[in-house]
Design a binder for this molecule. Structure first.
Ligand code: FAD
Length: 414
């Protein structure tokens, strides 16, 4: 299987997209005589006065903003409710045998997501093709199984307007390596298991109070909390009516649940299948172990919308049986080889409450431009506050936009 460095990948993409905008600071920096001390795809420019900045949430929006603000000389503190960084980037690493892992959240990267690819390159994270490069894919539509050749599948698109399957990549070793890379630099600035409960601002400063009543005082706050759980924080003064509306269900979020099943053998290979497929449900079937050594394999059902809600209503044991029974039609023999399984619902996830922002056209028109709007000393970022709902690119682009706002706010050049 070919390994793609980001440079090779960008080059191929430029050919494909006719030079789609994929430049980073790297390209400009090469023309300078001297290498600067620090460069990154979203580096902040200009010497502004140093500020105390409190970031809420260690997902990619908070981490990318924190990374650039800290590099620009600001005093950064990141408060995270969970016991891990990454938020909706979550690689399940402990549920499987033989060192196998699978993604509960972000997994594939399209070729035009220049910031996601740019930071992967910045941290020297190698990329691999996302989809298998050989074997037959299964299309299970109207209860009929059809086998699709590798080339036909790779030339197709996951959604009508998106790029072809063959151009998607993934981060080798797991998507969580990207948030981990940001967090390594920020480690002494991140406080895990520290849910924020209230934010009080006045004209001089902002006070953030967390669940054990500790208070943090800053000049600026960046809030990257997903809308379905934003109401768990008390703001004083209150947020704008638009943000309150969005946080009270006025801005829809998609439901998504992933079900992982581990099999003792990759029995599907005897039929020439690669363990991947799609169905006429809002569902994709992935075999994340397709490029890994070993006889065991994991297959995953990636359910969305109403099918995710249906699954969430079942008990854990029934969820697995439900998926296995259906898969007997897709990969006959699943019951003979299954070892165990697990699932992850993003609606039931305590600190997400949904998979990604998915507003109706009406909601988008009315509220979209308010999502990233600063309110006094409080700035907002996150995939919901970007043009890339449901993508890491959205989290990073919005984080960098907010970082720039904060960097340049109520300041003077020094
Ligand atoms: C099922 C699924 C599949 C996806 N697939 C892809 C994909 O293939 N490719 C891709 O690029 N993107 C994908 N995405 C989207 C991508 O994962 C997200 O857009 C991105 O990770 C969101 O980052 P964020 O920082 O905006 O939010 P989050 O990652 O949700 O970060 C917010 C953080 O805030 C924390 N928090 C919440 N409340 C509080 C509080 N009160 N106090 C302190 N901390 C708090 C949360 O714990 C969380 O860590 C997928 C997402 C899902 C759910």
């Amino acid at each position: 299987m070919p390994d793609l460095t980001r440079r090779e990948f960008l080059f191929k993409t430029m050919l494909i997209t006719g030079g789609f905008l994929l430049t980073s600071c790297e390209d400009e920096v090469q023309e300078q005589d001297e290498e600067p001390d620090y460069e990154s795809p979203g580096m902040l420019l200009g010497d502004y006065s140093s500020k105390r900045i409190i970031i809420i949430g260690a997902g990619l929006a908070g981490l990318s903003a924190g990374y650039e603000l800290a590099h620009a000389g600001h005093e950064v503190t990141i408060l995270e409710a969970r016991n891990r960084v990454g938020g909706r980037v979550h690689t399940h690493r402990n549920d499987f045998s033989d060192g196998h892992f699978a993604e509960a959240g972000a997994a594939r990267i399209p070729p035009d997501h220049n910031m996601t690819l740019g930071y992967a390159d910045h941290f020297n994270l190698p990329l691999d093709p996302f989809y298998p490069q050989s074997g037959l894919f299964v299309d299970f539509t109207e209860d009929t199984r059809t086998l699709i050749s590798t080339n036909d599948f790779l030339d197709g698109r996951p959604w009508p307007t998106s790029v072809q399957h063959k151009y998607y990549v993934k981060i080798r070793g797991g998507t969580d390596l990207l948030p981990f890379a940001f967090a390594e630099y920020l480690s002494d600035k991140i406080q895990l298991m520290t849910p924020v409960e209230s934010i009080i601002q006045n004209s001089n400063e902002v006070v953030v109070r967390v669940s054990d009543s500790t208070e943090f005082t800053g000049d600026r706050v960046l809030c990257t909390v997903p809308l379905p759980v934003l109401n768990r924080i008390q703001f004083s003064p209150q947020l704008s009516p638009e943000k309150l509306d969005a946080a009270s269900g006025g801005y829809n979020y998609a439901a998504s649940t992933r079900v992982f099943l581990q099999f003792a053998e990759r029995f599907w290979a005897s039929e020439g299948l690669n363990g991947w497929g799609y169905t006429d449900w809002p569902e994709e079937i992935w075999q994340p172990t397709w490029d890994r050594e070993g006889s065991r394999g994991i297959i995953m059902s990636y359910l969305r919308y109403n099918r995710s809600d249906e699954l969430d209503a079942l008990s854990a044991a029934n969820q697995l049986e439900h998926v296995l029974n259906r898969w007997e039609n897709v990969f006959p023999g699943v019951h003979d080889y299954v070892e165990h399984g697990s699932s992850h619902s993003w609606v039931q996830d305590e600190w997400s409450g949904g998979a990604w922002a998915s507003p109706t056209e009406e909601q988008y028109e009315a509220l979209e431009h308010h999502m990233g709007e600063a309110e006094g000393r409080i700035h907002f970022a996150g995939e919901h506050a970007s043009d890339y709902h449901g993508w890491m690119q959205g989290a990073i682009v919005s984080g960098l936009r907010a970082a720039k706002e904060i960097h340049e706010s109520d300041s003077y050049f020094i």
